[in-house]
Design a protein around this ligand. Structure first.
Ligand SMILES: [Zn+2]
Length: 150
């Protein structure tokens, strides 16, 4: 179990035998490594955390005012423009968007949950549909370089 005892003992909470939060490469920071394979559409885990009104690097948006702070699991999901998981913040689940092979990193699309990002960033996911500069779905990009202002 990756979550502390006070979060309860839901058997669907992420288990240490299936997932690990690891430092990916020192550039992108920590990510979630997955030891298990999953089929498309399959439930990976249920998530939990503390509800806060503050946006941080490790929160996911629940609704217009509330964010879930999870410092044990989902708060460390890396971003990709071609993600392999989707986080459902209403039902608090993580599901496979496509086949996930054992021993791979998990990726979500940050814009799928976030209106406003803690920090916009240049994506290096390398997927064919990479959007480049990543921002929340309700905010404008603030990258000066892209508009030629740098
Ligand atoms: Zn990308």
């Amino acid at each position: 179990m990756l979550y502390p005892k006070e979060y309860g003992d839901d058997p669907w909470f992420p288990q240490a035998k299936d997932f690990k939060v690891v430092d990916k490469n020192g550039i992108e920071g920590k990510g979630i490594f997955c030891y298990k394979s999953f089929k498309k559409g399959e439930l990976l885990a249920k998530i939990h955390g503390e509800v806060t009104q503050e946006i941080t690097q490790h929160t996911l948006q629940i609704d217009e005012t509330n964010h879930l702070l999870d410092l044990y699991f989902v708060g460390y999901l890396l971003h990709s423009c071609n993600p392999n998981v989707i986080v459902d913040m209403k039902n608090r689940t993580v599901r496979a968007l496509r086949q996930i092979k054992a021993n791979s990193f998990l990726y979500m699309d940050y814009a799928s949950t976030e209106d406003v990002l803690y920090k916009q960033f240049q994506c290096s996911c390398g997927s064919a549909n990479c959007r480049g500069w990543i921002h929340g779905k309700k905010e404008k990009p603030n990258n000066a370089t892209k508009t030629g202002e740098s």
